[in-house]
Design a binder for this molecule. Sequence first.
Ligand code: NAD
Length: 298
Amino acid sequence: MKIGFIGLGNMGSPMVRNLIKAGHQLTVFDIVESSVKQIVEKFPANAVAAASPKDIACANLDLIITMLPASSHVRSVYEGPNGIFAHCSPNTALIDSSTIDPQTARDLATIAIHQHIVMLDAPVSGGTGGAEAATLTFMVGGAEEYFLRFRDILSLMGKNIVYCGGSGNGQVAKVVNNMLLGISMIGTAEAMSLGVTLGMDPKVLAGIINTSSGRCWSSEIYNPFPGVLENVPSSRGYTGGFGTDLMLKDLGLAAEAAKLAKQPVPLGSLAQQIYQTFSLQGKGQLDFSAIIQLFQKQ
Ligand code: NAD
């Protein structure tokens, strides 16, 4: 397939490499020229550079994938005068894998329908490690027949490709899951800190929780207390992993979606305030499990 890819950051670059490894022909664009250069120089036979989203839209490709930071970037790449919609033909399908608010995803899907263009929202979980190893989970929203058409392509970058329903539902699944993760991490951090302060050994305490009713992903797979698990951010100074500011972004998306739906999310909102406080202390780049530091003597 001839595939266009816009957004060659921490996630986009390894995703592009996996598509190239599978033999596809890539046309790539990023506003950071060095990111484009890196791909094109490494794969001269399989990747060419584009100068703008317009360039990619005009190239008569089979598919364009976007992997951009947030809704505003996605809107400018799709809706701007030099953007995809102004220049794309119905022969080219579109997949946005950025994490954005569900309403923006639905607005873009509506424009695509009016232009007879196939479009899916397909945000991912699994982090940069998953992008490198092609083990991402894709949560896909849009018409099921389009999902079935592009499932094999997504499988080159991910392990679980899940159909979530109509347009925007991929984003709904993503933000709701991350809201729950943000909340459960704070709960785990609070409980671990209290137990240790009251005299428990952290490993023994984690073992009890993980065989009892308090067990969750945050306690079992990603425990925030240093030294409980090997190979998790809490045991390497909260480096790597999923940054606090990225968690904050996803909690903001959940809050925005909840407001539009007039749906109360009291714990999601509180979690957002707690991570915001932590970020304000200059900790936004640390993995989100570092939130435990709020409950510990420094
Ligand atoms: P990133 O900031 O590393 O990469 C984004 C890229 O988009 C950058 O290279 C940037 O230069 C480029 N860009 C910005 N505006 C552009 C424009 N107008 N035109 C072309 N390129 C533009 O971000 P990332 O970590 O790769 O994340 C991408 C998306 O995936 C985000 O929505 C993020 O929330 C989501 N996500 C990230 C992770 C993770 O662990 N990093 C995990 C799951 C989902």
